[in-house]
Design a protein around this ligand. Structure first.
Ligand code: RI2
Length: 310
């Protein structure tokens, strides 16, 4: 697939999910580097920076995307020869994809430990990491059921119920606004994440924070499955995660909205759940309370506040 095709598919969400987007971008950079018809280091670096920029512009919220791009581009930026730069892209892209897949498997193992017989789990959107925990617990023979939300406007819930049904997990499908109605019988909420900030807030699919509020009210544990490359280094300087607002036609058909000149359709794709409403974050390195997010950014991802111009 060409780089432009990859970027288009990420933008229009044919390729979606924070982890999948990150792996796709790493692979796209590798393929692009191999397609370049130059052996001049400066030209190679320039072309790779433009490719990285195109990918970075696709979706602004999932921090896994810039994290993956930076991992792959690091060796390009510091290389002293074309060969070194090309080899570095190949190796870092391969390593990133492998470690990302391994992280999801590890999160599944750890997350499954938090699921018990008799649980009623609620999940929102379509998170590979969250679903992996549920499917692993089912594979281990645990007996529980799941409530999966529809996820307006893009209906990612359909992907979730297909994955759960294919795995043989007993699943209830509900509209987003029924989450609080059912929360009384839910014993555990598990969601994924597009970004985790230094203060332990989780940015995830729109509606997640309402579910967290309902879980808090019902004293239902709320846990997040997030690979460490979902943690956002720049938030240690206080920088906020940009919330993507997508086209209004995803919510209301243009033919209808054109007849309603006084109506503005708003379509934010994500919201922010504060650390106060989150019990645990499951990473591939283990389970942390959200307040420990800064430690992950500093010690696992290796970012210090002095790395930024502040
Ligand atoms: P994994 C998705 O975003 C959802 O918000 C999901 O919870 C999150 O990415 C993490 O997904 P979108 O691409 O990386 O549907 O766990 O907007 O698969």
């Amino acid at each position: 697939m060409s780089l432009a095709d990859t970027a288009r598919k990420i933008k229009n969400m044919e390729i979606r999910g924070a982890g999948r987007i990150a792996r796709t971008c790493a692979t796209a950079l590798k393929e692009y580097s191999e397609s370049l018809k130059t052996s001049d280091l400066k030209t190679f670096q320039k072309e790779m920076e433009s490719a990285a920029d195109i990918l970075l512009q696709t979706r602004p919220t999932a921090v896994s995307l810039p994290n993956a791009v930076n991992i792959v581009m690091k060796g390009v930026r510091s290389a002293e020869s074309y060969e070194e730069a090309l080899n570095s892209v190949r190796k870092s892209a391969y390593d990133f994809v492998e470690s990302s897949n391994a992280a999801v498997r590890r999160i599944a193992e750890i997350g499954a430990r938090h699921i018990r017989d008799g649980d009623v789990i609620l999940t929102h959107c379509n998170s590979q990491a969250a679903i992996a925990c549920i499917i692993e617990a089912h594979r281990q023979g645990k007996d529980f059921e799941v409530f999966a939300t529809e996820v307006r406007p893009r209906k990612q819930g359909l992907l979730t119920i297909k994955a759960l049904s294919d795995a043989g997990v007993k699943t209830n499908f509900i509209v987003d606004s029924a989450a609080r109605f059912f929360m009384k019988q839910v014993t555990l909420v598990i969601v994924g994440s597009d970004a985790v900030t230094a203060n332990g807030a989780v940015v995830n699919k729109i509606g997640t924070s309402q579910i967290a509020l309902a879980a808090h009210e019902a004293r239902t544990p709320f846990i997040v499955a997030a690979e460490t490359y979902k943690f956002a280094p720049r938030t240690i300087t206080g920088e906020l995660i940009r919330i993507e607002e997508r086209d209004s036609s995803e919510v209301l058909d243009k033919s209808v909205s054109l007849t309603l000149p006084n109506v503005t359709v708003r379509n934010p794709a994500f919201d922010v759940t504060p650390a106060d409403y989150i019990d645990l974050i499951i990473t591939e390195q283990g389970v942390i309370p959200p307040e420990m997010a800064y430690i992950i950014i500093k010690e696992s991802l290796g970012w210090e506040i002095s790395d930024f111009d502040v």
